[in-house]
Design a protein around this ligand. Structure first.
Ligand SMILES: [Mg+2]
Ligand SMILES: [Zn+2]
Length: 284
């Protein structure tokens, strides 16, 4: 994980220096700061300089201008590796979690059987009961061959890491790209401003359109996944519903089509190397 962080820092700082050595020497534009100090000239720049990218490294801030620069560099690098970017919501998209203290105690008796059913229903720290959406593992495995993936949840940082630990324990899919509520720049809203990839190359999967007011054109809205009811009374019914939940496989098929179209020779000619155009062309 450290390596991944250093990679992005390196890609950003050294690239910036190469591109603007002269200017940086004469007058540092303080592109990135860490713990309030510029990473290039070491001058103290304060902690309101630029935007926070705490999920990459605590106390890291990057100016908007430089974040754009990193986005371009990073996107080019990813495209060369044959990949686009995928931003994934957690709750009701990839999984469904309920807090145990919100569930009716009597109903808890029923969970023993369900817990024994397999590893897709997990009790965590006696605090959360989480059910993974059907085909989640298959989805992540295949999507990771076509996309660099980021988790973006409105849940808190602790909750986010617990859930990622569950679905990607060695962080082979998400590395340090786990964005949580604390990273959002506007309360109650998600935005690609904290994602270090160009908007033309980012597809978002989320069950909620309203939280993405600026990026509806990047979004594939998925049917919300509800497995656990808070009073537990519908558990059996939910299990039956689960057998009919193909949403992740359906989306995977669409992602395959978009990826294929983006990297096809025709897209060069037609100038459609933009997932927002492809999302319109390749409907669901
Ligand atoms: Mg959600
Ligand atoms: Zn500086």
């Amino acid at each position: 994980m450290i390596a991944a962080k250093m990679q992005i820092m390196d890609c950003g700082v050294s690239g910036f220096v190469r591109a603007s050595t002269k200017r940086a020497r004469e007058e540092c534009a303080h592109p990135m700061s860490y713990k309030g100090k510029c990473l290039l000239c070491n001058e103290f720049v304060g902690d309101d300089h630029g935007m926070a990218f705490e999920y990459l490294l605590p106390d890291l801030r990057i100016t908007e201008f430089h974040a754009d620069f990193i986005r371009r560099m990073h996107t080019n690098k990813t495209v060369k590796a044959g990949k686009l970017h995928l931003v994934l919501d957690l709750d009701n998209t990839l999984l469904h979690t309920v807090r145990l203290d919100e569930m009716a105690g009597a109903i808890m008796l029923g969970h023993g059987d369900l817990l024994a059913n397999g590893r897709d229903l997990v009790l965590i720290n006696n605090e959360f009961l989480t059910k993974l959406r059907p085909f989640l593992r298959e989805f992540l495995k295949e999507a990771s061959t076509m996309f660099e993936m980021t988790v973006y949840t409105m849940g808190g940082c602790v909750y986010g890491s617990i859930m990622v630990e569950l679905i990607d324990p060695d962080r082979s899919y998400f590395s340090d790209r786990v964005i949580t509520r604390e990273d959002c720049t506007t309360r109650g809203r998600k935005s690609l401003d904290v994602v270090l990839a160009e908007e033309s190359n980012v597809i978002i999967i989320d069950d909620r359109r309203d939280v993405w007011p600026e990026h509806g054109v990047n979004l594939i809205q998925i049917k919300p996944y509800h497995y656990l009811s808070e009073d537990g009374t519908m558990m059996e019914e939910r299990a039956v519903d689960d057998d009919n939940d193909w949403a992740l496989l359906d989306i995977l098929e669409r992602l395959r089509d978009i990826h294929r179209a983006y990297f096809s020779p025709e897209s060069e000619i037609e100038g459609i190397k933009d997932v927002r155009t492809l999302l319109k062309l390749i409907g669901d």
